[in-house]
Structures are given as structure tokens and as C-alpha cells.
Design a protein around this ligand. Structure first.
Ligand SMILES: O=C(O)CCC(=O)C(=O)O
Length: 241
């Protein structure tokens, strides 16, 4: 487990690069237990595509999301009491070996729809209202990607363009220019490692050359209040088992 005293350097890395890789955020035993729990649970519920939502419904994932180990990692970045918004399962494998072009993550889930200035592009995904919040809200969000398998160059790792999280919301020509000009980094990790990532960081992933499992629990957090009575999902109320 990472000592709390080591976490401020992750905050500095996330501030400058938009991401940080945290070795051994989970022990091998924890990662194995989560693989055993989630692999059958998720694959029996939904066809596996480029991500399955609402993993916070599963008690062990919700408890992990608010565990001291994870909160100690992210509080130096987001401030006190970050709230988990959603948790997504990404398992790249035979039959679900997707590619995602460079993009920013621009949406968030909410409890209900309310018209509030700056919150646009409402949609409903799996019954949950989603919205594109203003940049000032996206800048208070962070994703924690917990890797349950080793992810080497052949497993379709996350690719990032360091520093692009500071550029606000980017239009397609700006993305194309940044992709052409910015040296990208592939984030190769071992089982149990975590990637901390700002949603505005340009990121992509390619199909795996060797599509063994590449299981990731991707948890998104928000710190601070929302305007106009908007409410983030209540993760406690969602727990089903
Ligand atoms: O895990 C992946 O392959 C893609 C993740 C991604 O694109 C995202 O989180 O928006």
C-alpha cells in the first residue's frame, strides 16, 4: 500500500501532466479478489462493449471507491471528501477489443435533470441523466483507473498527450493538431497499479495486439458543490449487493 506521505508528488504530477501512475495501489490479493468477483458479475449482466457503467451498484466496488487507501491518494489532488460519481468496467479481450481515438471525457452523471446555465448536452445512459458540465466543474473531477491485470504494450494500454488537460475544451481541429504535435505516452502498468487522470487530458487506446483480459475499474470523482440544486448520484442509494 502507498504511504500517505508519498501522495503529494502524485498531486504535482497530475497538476503538470494531467495524469500519474501509482504503483501497487491495490495488493495482488485485492486485485485477484476483485477479478474473481467482477468478471462473472459483469459478463452475466451485459454484453461487454467499450465499458460497462454503474459498477458502484456492487457493494465491494462502492466500498473500495470510498476506502481510505483510495481517498488518501486523491484528496491531495481534489481536496477533502471527493464523491464517486460512477464506476465503469473496461475489459479489453477477445470479442471486445475496441479502439478509442484521442478525446476528452466531457460528461458526468447526475441524479436528475435541471436546467442550469453552463450544463448542456443532456442525455440518458442506462437510465441515468448525463450532462456536459462547464470546464470549471470538469477541472474538479478526477478518474482513478485500478488495473486488475498487467497491461503491457500489447494489451491496448491507455495513451495520453501529457499536459493537454490545461487547454480547456478542445474542438476537433485543435485535437488533430495536438495529436500531430504532442509526443504521446503509453501508460504501461502492472496488476494493482492505478492511473490517476484528469478528464480533460486527451487520451486514447488502441486494440490489443494480444487480447488477453485488460480489466480496469475506472472510477470518476468530483469535489465541491454543484450550482443550481444539481445533485451528483447518491452512490450509497445505488448499492444492490
Ligand atoms: O480504457 C480504455 O480503453 C478507454 C478509456 C477511455 O477512453 C475513457 O475512459 O474515456
Amino acid at each position: 500500500m502507498i504511504p500517505v506521505s508519498a501522495t503529494p508528488s502524485y498531486a504535482a504530477q497530475v497538476a503538470s501532466a494531467g495524469f500519474a501512475v501509482v504503483p501497487e495501489a491495490l495488493s495482488a490479493v485485492q486485485a485477484g479478489e476483485l477479478r474473481d468477483l467482477l468478471t462473472p458479475a459483469v459478463s452475466s449482466e451485459a454484453p461487454v462493449s467499450a465499458g460497462t457503467r454503474n459498477l458502484l451498484q456492487i457493494r465491494q466496488v462502492a466500498e473500495l471507491a470510498v476506502s481510505d487507501a483510495i481517498l488518501n491518494l486523491i484528496e491531495p489532488i481534489l481536496g477533502p471528501e471527493p464523491r464517486p460519481l460512477r464506476a465503469i468496467w473496461f475489459d479489453k479481450q477477445h470479442g471486445a477489443n475496441w479502439k478509442v481515438p484521442f478525446h476528452q471525457d466531457l460528461t458526468m452523471p447526475l441524479q436528475e435533470r435541471r436546467e442550469v446555465e453552463g450544463f448542456t448536452a443532456w442525455s440518458v445512459k442506462e437510465g441515468v441523466p448525463h450532462v456536459r458540465p462547464p470546464i470549471s466543474v470538469l477541472e474538479r473531477m478526477l478518474a482513478v483507473r485500478l488495473h486488475l491485470d498487467d497491461c503491457g504494450p500489447d494489451n491496448g494500454p491507455l495513451r495520453v498527450l501529457p499536459g493537454t488537460h490545461t487547454l480547456g475544451r478542445l474542438k476537433p481541429p485543435q485535437v488533430a493538431q495536438l495529436v500531430a504535435q504532442t509526443p504521446e505516452e503509453s501508460l504501461l502498468v502492472a496488476v494493482g497499479d492505478a492511473i490517476l487522470m484528469r478528464p480533460l487530458l486527451l487520451h486514447a487506446s488502441s486494440p490489443a495486439a494480444s487480447p488477453n483480459h485488460r480489466r480496469v475499474i475506472h472510477i470518476e470523482y468530483l469535489s465541491g458543490p454543484l450550482p443550481g440544486g444539481l445533485r451528483p448520484p447518491d452512490w450509497r442509494a445505488q448499492i444492490e449487493r
